[in-house]
Design a binder for this molecule. Structure first.
Ligand code: HPA
Length: 274
């Protein structure tokens, strides 16, 4: 697999620039079932991933596979409806290519969202969780290979991967809106199978509150690029072994559908304060 080069990033960015005069400031990556936010955009251009040079295409049901640029609550945003996962066969640096392109287009802040299994026993399906930190257990890293110093440093600091400033804004906003926002550690695994109950017990011991198959490579690249990150997980199901029932993508989609109003109001209110 060819490494991501500055030329590839610039070609993708140049293609996107030609489609709109809007210069995005905030990037949004929407996870399974959360793409509904894209419907709220004004003056939007929609670009299918397959049209953008070097972009992968998303192959997962519930992930539309299009990039939108437009205005949301007065903010210029670049929104990904659907993302790329390593379990689809993409190299980690490729799953995070859109983040490099966002940076090239001028994005300084990123809101990442995902659907995740609740490991913390205080969580219920339908809760929203502010991501306080993550654990990368994918065994992969998007920064492997020679470092391009023009993109970021060789050894990026991850001590505040998820911005304290943005987290406190999200917490205050949830409080003002009168709904509960959990907070916890997201652990990213490779997937695509859901975890075994033994793996979930292990992850709980390791300090994880929610588990998913995305996000970590995007956030590593965002931090490498100097982008400030806010992360929100939709707890779509109790993780494996907690309830006496199998896990399914249908359940994940049903839950995200159920909480979409709350998710929308949180994101729409947080955005102008970012
Ligand atoms: N495990 C991993 N990824 C997930 C889950 C889960 O339980 N739910 C949604 N994405």
């Amino acid at each position: 697999m060819q490494a991501i080069t500055q030329t590839m990033i610039e070609e993708a960015a140049a293609f996107i620039r030609r489609t709109t005069d809007i210069q995005p400031e905030i990037g949004l990556i929407l996870g399974s079932g959360l793409g509904v936010l894209g419907d709220e955009l004004e003056d939007a251009v929609t670009i299918p991933y397959e049209d953008i040079p070097h972009f992968p295409v998303s192959t997962v049901e519930g992930h539309a596979g299009e990039l939108l640029i437009g205005k949301l609550q007065g903010c210029n945003v670049m929104l990904m409806r659907g993302r790329f996962h390593m379990y689809e066969g993409y190299e980690p640096e490729r799953t995070a290519l859109p983040v490099r392109v966002m940076k090239a287009l001028g994005v300084g802040k990123l809101l990442v969202t995902n659907a995740a299994g609740g490991i913390n026993l205080d969580f219920a399906a339908g809760n929203l969780m502010l991501i306080a930190d993550h654990i990368n257990l994918t065994g992969k890293n998007p920064l492997i290979g020679p470092n391009d110093n023009a993109l970021g440093v060789r050894f990026p600091d991850m001590s505040e991967a998820y911005s304290k400033r943005l987290r406190s804004i999200a917490k205050e906003t949830a409080k003002d809106l009168g709904f509960e926002l959990k907070e916890g550690v997201y652990v990213g695994l490779l997937g695509p199978n859901y975890e075994t109950p033994a793996e979930i017990r292990m992850l709980r011991t390791l300090g994880a509150d929610a588990v998913g198959m995305s996000t970590v490579s995007e956030v590593i690249v965002a931090r490498h690029s100097g982008i400030e990150v806010l992360g929100i997980s939709c707890i779509s199901n109790a993780a494996a072994g907690i309830l006496d029932q199998p896990l399914s993508h249908e359940e994940v989609m049903e839950t995200t559908e159920r909480v979409k109003e709350q998710f929308l109001s949180l994101v729409l209110t947080v955005l102008p304060k970012m």
